[in-house]
Design a protein around this ligand. Structure first.
Ligand SMILES: [Zn+2]
Length: 165
């Protein structure tokens, strides 16, 4: 039985692996209703040159094709608040994923309200490791991060930060 802490740790390990590969450090893991790991994945936009390999979508891809019953009551762990690509695909909603557990939403706030509105339970753990990893990446590669969230200039959600000149 994978706990929320362990589920997030699995997602974090994926995020860290992406960071080490020079990619965007966002990871995810999908855990079934009975607490078993179904699959995990990481953002691979840089590694694969892919606009659609976000943490959650990579996880669903790695999990493979499953019957609807396998997703029922499952939990998606993600290191960062899911962006419009990840939840805008409707993946979590479409497959009936019951919970989304988020590492942090300070560096980026995604579509949490939409998930809640569609009946998905959203839990934010406010994890300092997840946040530190994202902050290190944004400092190191602001242009890659801007590209990831589809903006030309970084919109800093963090106090005291201004966009790079
Ligand atoms: Zn995303």
């Amino acid at each position: 039985m994978i706990t929320d802490k362990e589920g997030l740790q699995l997602a974090y390990e994926e995020a860290k692996a992406s960071f080490d590969e020079g990619g965007v450090p966002i990871g995810a893991a999908l855990v079934s209703a009975d607490g078993k790991l179904l699959g995990k994945g990481r953002n691979q936009r840089v590694q694969l040159g892919s606009p659609i390999h976000h943490g959650e979508t990579s996880t669903l891809l790695n999990t493979g094709r499953l019957p609807a019953s396998a997703y029922k009551g499952s939990t998606m762990y993600t290191t960062l608040s899911p962006c419009d690509m990840s939840q805008g695909t409707g993946a979590c909603i479409l497959y009936g994923i019951a919970r989304v557990v988020i590492g942090e939403n300070k560096t980026f706030l995604g579509g949490e309200a939409y998930l809640k509105q569609r009946g998905v339970e959203v839990v934010v753990l406010d994890d300092s490791e997840c946040r530190a990893l994202m902050e290190a990446f944004i400092e190191k590669s602001p242009e890659l991060w801007n590209e990831d969230i589809g903006v030309e200039e970084r919109v800093y959600s963090k106090e005291g930060h201004s966009a790079p000149a």
